[in-house]
Design a protein around this ligand. Structure first.
Ligand code: PBG
Length: 342
């Protein structure tokens, strides 16, 4: 094809002739950079994942995740209050379940008074203005750390969907605004939508962990909820192969057809190409989860003085916006909110 037939190619040629294009012109001052800035990070973009544990007035450090804690419900309520004051729209809860309550099917997820549901009720009561996202997944509850029911070495799909669906209804009953199934079983979104509607929870939204990849970046999270030592094998039979992008699009399409209100890509930064593809393809609310390993890498490098932690944090979050995210689940949420407010 003749290069001159496209306007861009034509412009490039004119530039070459005249030398008139100087992209540094708009970079020359703070005012001009602000004027042409394409993406912005605001507090409205943040969902804050927090970890729950049993007890009262507990605030346990997680060594691999500096400045992140496991919180008893009373302290989770305090943090939710702080988040609401900072303007963070929503929090997402993840429980460290007492090992004595774990079994092969993760049956404790069906206890209306389990840690997630108790926390939801307490937070909803004390801080009704903040959105609550609950993780409808079995892994904190199973003795083997998998997101599904394990029978004869196989994660059984339909039985897992049934259990996760029942759990999602209990989470909605406790006051969850958004249920977020993260197990990657086939058919879970449709089943959950139907059950929520049948139980009068038409207004409870579903954020699908639509494209969850079999990733090494979840390591610190598994320490945080105590599943690292338990997990036998890996999650490759249900999470997506990190090599695949078309498959991620098909997975997201399926979840939207089944009734997902929002899509999520997980992990985040290594998968920004997936965010962009989904946003371009479907134009629906699209989120990414900047997962524990991504957080820990920035914190560790900063602690060693190898990078500027605050700048790296802000740049990583802005990259999500540029890639097409409407919001980001990030352990940095309160730190960012404080900075954006200052
Ligand atoms: C599993 C689940 C995972 C995370 C949240 N829920 C992944 C896993 O353990 O396989 C990871 C979150 C993070 O790394 O920050 N349902």
């Amino acid at each position: 094809m003749n290069k001159m037939t496209t306007p861009r190619a034509a412009a490039r040629t004119v530039d070459e002739i005249t030398g008139s294009r100087r992209l540094r012109r708009m970079r020359k001052a703070d005012w001009s950079r602000r004027l042409v800035r394409e993406s912005h990070l605001t507090v409205d973009d943040l969902i804050w994942p927090i970890f729950l544990t049993d007890g009262t007035d507990v605030r346990e450090a997680i060594p691999a995740m500096p400045d992140v804690w496991r919180l008893s419900v009373d302290n989770a309520v305090k943090e939710a209050e702080r988040a609401a004051k900072l303007g963070i729209p929503a929090i997402a809860t993840f429980p460290q379940v007492d090992p004595a309550r774990k079994d092969v099917t993760g049956s404790h997820i069906l206890d209306p008074d389990n840690l997630i549901n108790r926390a939801t009720r307490a937070i909803k009561h004390a801080v009704p203005e903040i959105g609550i996202v609950t993780d409808a997944a079995l892994d904190p509850f199973t003795s083997h750390g998998h997101d599904g029911i394990l029978r004869d070495g196989v994660i059984v799909n339909d039985e897992t969907v049934e259990q996760v669906t029942a759990a999602a209804v209990l989470q909605a009953a406790a006051g969850a605004d958004i249920v977020a199934p993260s197990d990657m079983m086939d058919g879970r979104i449709g089943a959950i939508r139907e059950a929520l509607d049948a139980n009068g929870f038409q207004d409870v939204a579903i954020m699908s962990y639509a494209t969850k990849f079999a990733s090494a970046f979840y390591g610190p999270y598994r320490d945080a909820i105590g599943t690292r030592g338990l997990l036998k094998g890996d999650k490759k039979t249900y999470y997506i192969d990190p090599a695949n992008s078309d498959e991620a699009v098909r997975e997201a399409e399926q979840d939207l057809l089944e009734g997902a209100d929002m899509l999520m890509v997980k992990p985040g930064l290594p998968y920004l190409d997936i965010v962009r593809r989904l946003k371009d393809e479907f134009a629906v609310p699209t989120f990414a989860y900047q997962v524990s390993g991504e957080y820990s890498m920035i914190k560790a490098a900063a602690a060693n003085g190898w990078i500027d932690g605050e700048k790296a944090m802000l740049e990583s979050l802005l990259a999500f916006k540029r890639a097409g995210c409407d919001g980001i689940l990030t352990y940095f949420a309160p730190a960012v909110a404080e900075m954006l407010r200052a």
